[in-house]
Design a protein around this ligand. Structure first.
Ligand code: ADP
Ligand code: ZN
Ligand code: ZN
Length: 644
């Protein structure tokens, strides 16, 4: 009997990419097949999303021309769900699970070895908390799935639980996906998994060459690789028989993709686990309030062996010397004398975050964005949003005064002061100016790992889950940087950053932590200094419940940008009128900073029905599209945004 397939051609234009077409299927082609089909006057790749017995009447159907790939059918359902939930299109979402396959040119070694750091021997015995965690996970395997928060301090043995859970999944013939928030963290995790599972571990992230990615995908699809380690996109690994998804450092905002489809890999992991009856395990020392509230908690407790280091809050209102206060200099001096390593976090690049005229008070701003220009070492003022650069002026263009003041400190100034004050310590700077490529980042981390008397200084990159031995001091140079941001997650982010940085110190020997701030009484700092994660989360959840923020309601954010000043607010004002009564509390429209010469504004909805609001907004924006295009306006609908 002739069979027919509903096929979504992989075209990116929005008007076409929501459409499905019916084709005649050759024998044996099933849902999940990636096929080549005649489309208009050309040929396209497409994905078979459904197989049907009867074709629509009255149309002449064309046959599928060939099969180029096969996906696990569950990935088709996952992609279609993403398209709907995040307001994208089926074709764009299917591109995530069916990336273009390059033709093979030459054989090459799997990237696993090359990209992996050394592993560790398995501990002889699990701790009682680890045993209990595993027992719970085994139970969930038997019950056909579950979602858990694996909560435990840095070094409490979470990775060991992922490893054992992956082994337990393998015993049942099931595969595992392990997500890390950043490519830079993959080598360390890969090393741990390769030490346990050898070549059956595949690596998947966007910094691999296309050929490497294709080879790894094939090893996964063929069932040769049963464990996949990777960044965000590895959640789409074409693995059959998935049993376990581990999301490491689950609090990290990098899990959200900031371009269409604007998916969140953590939410997608939950959906994929549910579709395939797998166990999803979210691990962190500083979980998101969302996970704390919603997930069944499996606790590992304190760090194994050494205790968490004491944290000292340095009150910058009383201590002179910013960015290097006396207590910080003293701690660094101790390392200079006795050896050891330090990690210093300053979440700002450049020499000074702003240049300011003392006479008339003007600040130097980017001509295209409403933000202060940052002074960089080579005497340039740079915009950190659009890349605009101009030489540092000798005088104020407004009043001609030469009294120009550099406000605040960035990593370059910190580096210079450290060189002057503690010349004995090797300085290794880590920020977007020193590492443009993943290889450079890996090389920088290696240098620090191998040094014995060094300071790693940099932006939030230094606080991520890297494991280094011999770190005797961790310091937050300016804990106020993130607190002032107009985002309801500002406190959560600051708490996570400080707690995570503290976790980098004293993993193998007693360490110290210093937090410099002008706001020593700020709740996130006080609680981070006490390592009081449960209290912070309880307070945070109470506040969010009251204000109707996630996890109690979802947010949907609509962002409009355009060349004329009043337009974005005006468009969003009309949108707001259209969304009234669609089931949400609407905030705004509020103007935002101008970026790259474009005026912007946003409208935020708090809602229990994000899909409904997002769909309604998309509908209204589609109706307004011709007029918006003429006015040069663009719009983005972001479901569950991770920053506001
Ligand atoms: P986390 O992922 O929570 O930071 P890890 O799993 O990396 O913790 O464990 C921290 C350190 O303790 C690692 O060096 C690991 O090998 C070791 N470790 C983990 N579990 C045990 C155990 N049961 N007994 C002894 N050492 C352990
Ligand atoms: Zn001036
Ligand atoms: Zn700019």
């Amino acid at each position: 009997m002739q069979r027919f397939g509903t096929v979504v051609p992989l075209v990116s234009a929005r008007v076409l990419s929501s459409r499905e077409f019916t084709y005649e299927l050759p024998e044996g082609v099933e849902k999940g097949a990636v096929v080549s089909v005649p489309f208009g006057r050309s040929r396209r790749r497409g994905v078979v999303v459904d197989v049907v017995d009867a074709a629509p009447v009255g149309v002449r159907l064309l046959p599928v021309e060939g099969v180029v790939d096969e996906l696990p059918p569950a990935l088709v359902d996952l992609a279609l769900w993403i398209a709907e939930y995040y307001g994208s299109t089926p074709a764009r979402a299917l591109e995530l699970v069916a990336p273009v396959r390059r033709r093979r040119r030459k054989e090459q070694a799997p990237p696993g070895k090359r990209h992996s750091l050394g592993g560790e021997a398995a501990p002889t015995r699990l701790s009682p908390a680890q045993e209990a965690a595993l027992a719970r996970i085994e139970e969930a395997f038997a019950a056909g799935g579950g979602h858990f928060l694996l909560y435990g301090a840095t070094g409490s043995g979470k990775t060991e639980v992922y490893l054992r859970a992956a082994a337990a999944a393998l015993d049942r013939g099931l595969g595992t996906i392990v997500l890390v928030p950043e490519i830079a963290l993959a080598p360390q995790t890969l090393g741990r998994f390769r030490a346990r599972f050898g070549d059956s571990v595949a690596l998947l992230h966007s910094a691999l060459t296309e050929a490497e990615r294709r080879d790894e995908r094939e090893r996964i699809a063929r069932g040769e690789a049963r464990v996949v380690v990777g960044a965000r996109s590895a959640i789409f690994a074409p693995m059959h028989g998935l049993g376990l998804i581990c999301v490491d450092e689950e609090h990290d905002p990098s899990y959200k993709q900031e371009s269409d489809p604007r998916y969140d890999a953590r939410t997608v992991a939950a959906k994929r686990a549910a579709l395939e009856g797998a166990v999803a395990l979210y691990g962190s020392a500083t979980p998101r309030p969302e996970s704390w509230e919603r997930l069944e908690r499996v606790e590992l407790g304190e760090r194994l062996g050494v205790r968490l280091p004491p944290v000292r809050v340095v009150d910058l209102r009383r201590e002179a010397g910013y960015p290097l206060s006396a207590p910080l200099l003293e701690a660094l001096g101790r390392l200079a004398d006795g050896g050891g390593k330090a990690i210093l976090l300053l979440n700002r690049r450049g020499v000074a975050p702003a240049l300011h005229c003392r006479a008339c008070g003007s600040t130097f701003r980017c001509p295209d964005c409403d933000v202060a220009l940052v002074l960089h070492r080579e005497g340039m003022l740079r915009c950190h949003h659009c890349g605009h650069a101009e030489p540092e002026p000798a005088e104020c263009p407004v009043c001609r005064s030469v009294e120009l003041a550099r406000i605040g400190a960035g990593t370059q100034r910190l580096e210079r002061e450290l060189a002057a004050r503690v010349p004995e310590l090797e300085l290794i700077r880590l920020d977007a100016d020193t590492v443009a490529k993943p290889e450079e980042l890996a090389a920088t981390l290696r240098r620090f790992r191998e040094a014995d008397r060094a300071v790693l200084l940099g932006t939030q990159m230094v606080a991520k889950g890297h494991h280094f031995a011999g770190v005797a001091l961790a310091a937050v140079v300016d804990a106020d940087t993130g607190l002032g941001l107009p985002d309801f997650r500002a406190e959560e982010r600051t708490f996570q950053l400080v707690t995570q940085l503290a976790g980098r110190s004293g993993r193998d020997a007693p360490g110290r932590v210093l937090v410099q701030t002008f706001q020593p009484d700020a709740r996130p700092l006080v609680l981070a200094a006490r390592h009081d994660v449960p209290r912070f989360l309880a307070d945070e959840l109470a506040r969010r419940r009251e204000l109707g923020y996630p996890p109690f309601r979802h947010l949907v954010r609509v962002l409009v940008g355009g060349p004329a000043e009043g337009d974005p607010v005006a468009v969003l004002g009309e949108l707001r009128a259209g969304l009234e009564g669609a089931g949400g509390e609407l905030l705004g429209p509020a103007p935002l900073l101008r970026l790259r010469g474009r005026h912007r504004a946003q409208l935020v909805a708090k809602t229990s029905e994000p899909r409904r609001i997002a769909a309604r907004a998309a509908q209204l924006l589609a109706a307004a599209a011709p007029a918006m295009r003429r006015a040069g306006l663009t719009a983005v609908v972001d479901v569950d945004p991770q920053s506001l």
